[in-house]
Design a protein around this ligand. Sequence first.
Ligand SMILES: [Ca+2]
Length: 226
Amino acid sequence: MTIRIVSIVIVAAALTGCAGDKCLNESDCNDSGADAREEVPPDLEHRIAARSSWEGTPEGVAVLAMLNDESTTLEVLDTEVPLDRRAAGNLIAHRDGGDRLWGTTDDDVFSNMDEVDAVRFVGPKSIDRLVLFANTTGWVPGGEDLLGVYDGVSFTVVEAEATLEVVNDVPAHVLDIDFGLDARAVDSIMRARPVETVDALSRLYYVGGSALRTLKAESLALVNQD
Ligand SMILES: [Ca+2]
């Protein structure tokens, strides 16, 4: 069993480029995330804790969809992922609410990865396992699948990739003059580069629906030109 767990984690690390050694050395059952965070200076810790690196990635989107789906039961999380049973129980309890039933008005579905990470006994290692499970069970969106809607603008996976490629590559004057973005949005983007996800892009100052619509359209035009 130990060998299987280690190999799963290695595969997860290889598939997702996760934190590597840290995943392997953590205790299997007590996954509070404390181990991985020990080396992080306190000021950075706050920032990292505030936003999971999976947020807005196809894998992160997949984990949320999987966790919120009716087919994902305590047994699935406990035995198929597999997670520590306490982590599995806490995730389902959070999602299903006080009545312990899926699909009723008191449900509290997971809307971001930080909400998942904040569940007791769920830490980076559990999240790596959820990512691997979501990956192998077909939850990860790709190609023309919808990645998400950000500030009212929808992005498929390929549209998001094209947009990030352009956003991270073009000189500031292209964003400013050719694309006609607000100078403050340009400034915000240049400071944040490389921007990893459209979710992160949408959270930058002065980057809202209108900037996202422009960036998506201009990026697709540029990428399709090549
Ligand atoms: Ca419920």
